[in-house]
Write a protein that binds this ligand. Structure first.
Ligand code: UTP
Length: 288
């Protein structure tokens, strides 16, 4: 099973990050020295993805500009001897073949993924949520692709979370297959504590078989009156094998303020240019 294509659904309204996200897509918010979306595209590329479709919405065209060439800016940078800056912005545009499709109506994640049907065609594909940033030695998507290839089926990222979080995610009913990999028997979206199937939650990365599209086509709106990807995957896991990968690495939900700040501080501390300065600055601040 070769996974060549990825979808990044980025058409959500980003209401948890308002007023920032009124006119800036949350995927374009900066994480230290580059926007969130670049980390996602970098993860996809390092997992072997060749073509990426970003599902966008009105007011999100800055993402298209970001992955395009900027001839005037590049010329001005070269004229001023800023070769490194010029190479950096060029590299972002050359990372991958990026395509765009508007969702047109914000009808939920399942609907956004369904819109990618003709881009994907009849092959397995990856989905990376535009606000979930993963920090790991082996890219989390690579870990999923390896599992999907090994078991010849869909694979989704999962992690055990506490009760306060499971009600905000999707819960999984699973049984162990090998270290960190589980067979999925069932799942449900944003369960109440009495509905939860376990504390294993689905988190932001998926490798799916194309059969999901015909299922999503007839999946009715679920939680929050949105077409939920989890409802579609639930049907898929009843029709075919599906595995969950308890991935190695740290995950940040940059779609809420605390997760965004956590990622910003962690990434800044790891940054060679500003890390040492920030560490000193924080030491002084905390001693105040
Ligand atoms: P979220 O649940 O995080 O929703 O969507 P959101 O609208 O982006 O943010 P909040 O909750 O209002 O703050 C999960 C992912 O699905 C995408 C989002 O862009 C995000 O990456 N999505 C959601 C779509 O692409 N289309 C939709 O209709 C809904």
């Amino acid at each position: 099973m070769k996974v060549r294509k990825a979808i990044i659904p980025a058409a959500g309204l980003g209401t948890r990050m308002l007023p920032n996200t009124k006119s800036i897509p949350k995927e374009m918010l900066p994480l230290v020295d580059k926007p969130v979306i670049q980390y996602i595209v970098e993860e996809a590329v390092s997992a072997g993805i060749e073509e990426i479709l970003i599902i966008t919405n009105r007011g999100k065209s800055s993402m298209e500009d970001y992955f395009d060439y900027a001839p005037d800016l590049e010329k001005a940078l070269l004229r001023d001897g800023k070769t490194r800056e010029c190479e950096t912005i060029r590299a972002a545009a050359d990372m991958a073949d990026v395509f765009y499709l508007r969702q047109k109506e914000t009808k939920g994640l399942g609907h956004a993924v369904w819109r990618a049907k003709s881009f994907v065609g009849n092959e397995p594909f990856a989905v990376l949520l535009g606000d979930d940033i993963m920090l790991s030695e082996t890219p989390v998507l690579r870990q999923l692709v390896d599992a999907a290839e090994k078991y010849g089926c869909s694979a989704i990222a999962a992690r055990e979370v506490d009760d306060a979080h499971i009600v905000k995610y999707s819960s999984l009913q699973i049984s162990p297959l090998e270290d960190r990999i589980y067979r999925i028997h069932d799942m449900n979206e944003k369960p109440t504590l009495s509905e939860k199937l376990s504390n294993y939650a689905i988190l932001g990365r998926y490798v799916l078989t194309p059969e999901i599209f015909s299922i999503l086509e007839s999946t009715p709106p679920g939680r929050n009156n949105e077409i939920q990807l989890t409802d579609g995957m639930r049907e898929l896991c009843h029709q075919q094998s599906m595995v969950a990968v308890d991935f190695e690495g740290k995950r940040y939900d940059t779609g809420n303020l605390c997760g965004y700040l956590e990622a910003t501080i962690d990434f800044a501390l790891r940054n060679a240019e500003v890390g040492p300065w920030l560490r000193e600055f924080m030491r002084e601040k905390l001693a105040d």
